[in-house]
Design a binder for this molecule. Structure first.
Ligand code: SF4
Ligand code: SF4
Length: 376
């Protein structure tokens, strides 16, 4: 009679009679080889204490290893690939905070993505995501706004990203004039979404299509450098496009990286705390950037948040659409943490600003803060 662990033994190339418990211990200690998803599925959830979803929702199935187990079982045919079983996989912010605490430095979001990709290929898609795909397909904009803007020209292309264009245009205008003030020959173009919402939701073909369209427009613009206010755009351009063989000619920066070395002699008499955007701090490995920019202001009291990294609840494109209440609860948890530091919060991502701003908290993008400090 087949044993209950046989499917897993096949998975890790083991055909002897180890018990399940011993097998798990050997995999985790590295004595038996296993692929990364299997290792994560067998891990005693060493990073769950830091995962914002686990902290706020507290369900075993949506914990980091819980998601890996569901993904592994779907992959191995032990669970059906259907919306019920996909729900925990989409209850992930793609924030990569698990990576910081993982002994193997795994990103759960990356490990489970192939299962989402398979689901999209087979047409198994939540209703809540269909509009996103349609908006991106038809308008190249996650909000579905058809842009009629003219393409400009110059040396430095400023990319606003979908959220600034649709929700925070005044932030884009301030960032643009700040760049001009610092002497950049800056211009904008009729932008297309970088594709990261499609990537996060597992629609890899749509992501590749948008990425190719973006690369064509950016390369044709003649820009020597690209500066963006959106960490997800910067992450897509710098990390994802090369992974998929898509080449951008200009060098790409997040605007915080540009401001870092241009603030000598600036002063600010107040108290602030800060919120690190996941894609900037972890995706682009700029963990100290926001704090180091704020430390340059003479007289500014910078209070460190209780948790250095904690997603605003709106990362990863899925949770805010599939479970808006959970996204709000995660944002509220973050707001409480930030309030302990100061009521004025500096961040560097339009989505984090939208998620956290309001009530007692005033959340400013770093570009807005510098703009204000210059007396504009
Ligand atoms: S990401 Fe790492 S620490 Fe977290 S559950 Fe998976 S293997 Fe364990
Ligand atoms: S990527 Fe973020 S939300 Fe997803 S499992 Fe890791 S820590 Fe949790």
């Amino acid at each position: 009679m087949p044993g209950k662990w046989d499917w897993l033994k096949d998975e890790i190339g083991l055909s002897n009679f180890l018990t399940g418990g011993k097998m798990i211990l050997r995999v985790i200690s590295g004595k038996l080889s296993a692929d990364d998803l299997t290792k994560c599925a067998l891990c005693p959830n060493m990073c769950r204490h830091a995962c914002p979803v686990s902290i706020v929702e507290g369900r075993e199935t949506t914990s980091p290893a819980g998601k890996a187990r569901v993904a592994l079982m779907i992959r191995e045919g032990k669970l059906e690939l259907n919306l019920d079983n996909l729900e925990p996989l989409y209850t992930c912010l793609s924030c990569d905070i698990c990576t910081l605490h993982c002994p193997f430095e795994f990103s759960v979001a990356d490990l489970i993505r192939p299962v989402k990709e398979e689901a999209v290929r087979k047409g198994i898609v939540f209703e809540e995501f269909r509009d996103v795909f349609r908006n991106l397909e038809e308008h190249g904009d996650v909000y579905g706004a058809r842009s009629t803007e003219e393409d400009g020209s110059g040396r430095v292309l400023y990319i606003r990203g979908c959220t600034i264009r649709n929700e925070l245009p005044e932030l884009g205008e301030k960032a643009f004039s700040l760049l001009e003030k610092f002497g950049f020959d800056v211009f904008t173009i009729n932008e297309t979404c970088c594709g990261i919402p499609a990537y996060n939701l597992g629609n890899i073909e749509l992501f590749k299509k948008l990425a190719a369209e973006n690369a064509r427009k950016i390369n044709q613009s003649g820009a020597e450098i690209v500066i963006t206010s959106c960490p997800s755009c910067a992450y897509a351009y710098r990390v994802l496009y090369p992974e998929y063989g898509i080449r951008l000619r200009p060098e790409v920066f997040h605007i915080a990286e540009i401001l870092e070395n241009r603030l000598e002699g600036m002063k600010a008499e107040e108290e602030v705390t800060y919120h690190n955007p996941c894609r900037l701090a972890l995706g682009l490995k700029q963990r100290e950037l926001l704090k180091s920019i704020l430390d340059k202001f003479e007289g500014l009291e910078v209070r460190e948040p209780r948790k250095e990294f904690f997603c605003c609840g709106h990362g990863g494109s899925a949770v805010s659409r599939l479970k808006p209440e959970l996204a709000r609860e995660i944002a509220e948890e973050r707001r409480q943490q930030l309030k302990e530091g100061a009521n004025r919060v500096i961040t560097a991502c339009p989505s984090c600003k939208l998620a956290l701003d309001g009530g007692e908290l005033e959340v400013l993008d770093i570009a807005e803060f510098v703009y204000q400090m210059l007396g504009e």
